[in-house]
Write a protein that binds this ligand. Structure first.
Ligand code: UDP
Ligand code: MG
Length: 150
């Protein structure tokens, strides 16, 4: 199976009208959208998603931020999509993110950094299972051979 990653547009990205922009960047690169939903999440769900960070001082504020409005949860697929997705997103602190990245172009503060992306194939697997227990779509772009050599 091709590599998949979990990408989430955080509440600030939704409120600021960046859904189309984010989707467009991943689409134009040549990755395939395999799952997509807009939803509000419960506090306990946000805590589970960020459970690895539960001991951090910013954890409570992070959870509050994630539940503050709807988020867009997505699964994207393609060659090296986890690491490349992180590059498209940019560094965690938007002031350290390169221009041309999503956070570099659209964010200032670390606690309002617009988007989440899985940090490894293993985290992606866990996050996709958490956010899409119902499963994701099966499809292949008719342009596949114009993007991928094989
Ligand atoms: N975060 C924060 N303050 C910090 C570090 C992180 O508010 O000092 C938030 C920020 O929204 C970040 C999220 O916690 O995106 C998860 O942190 P992580 O280190 O996993 O960064 P990411 O993988 O999102 O780049
Ligand atoms: Mg992370």
């Amino acid at each position: 199976m091709a590599e998949q990653t979990f990408i989430m547009i955080k509440p600030d990205g939704v409120q600021r009208g960046l859904i189309g922009e984010v989707i467009s960047r991943f689409e134009k690169k040549g990755f395939y959208l395999k799952g997509l939903k807009l939803q509000n999440v419960e506090k306990s769900f946000a805590e589970q998603h960020y459970s690895d960070l539960s001991s951090k001082p910013f954890f409570a504020g992070l959870v509050e931020y994630i539940v503050s409005g709807p988020v867009v949860a997505m699964v994207w697929e393609g060659k090296s999509v986890v690491a490349t997705g992180r590059k498209i997103i940019g560094a965690t602190n938007p002031l350290a993110s390169e221009p041309g990245t999503i956070r570099g172009d659209f964010a200032v503060d670390i606690g309002r950094n617009v988007i989440h992306g899985s940090d490894s194939v293993e985290s992606a697997r866990k996050e996709i299972a958490l956010w899409f227990p119902e499963g994701i779509a099966e499809w292949r772009s008719s342009q596949h051979n114009w993007i991928y050599e094989a």
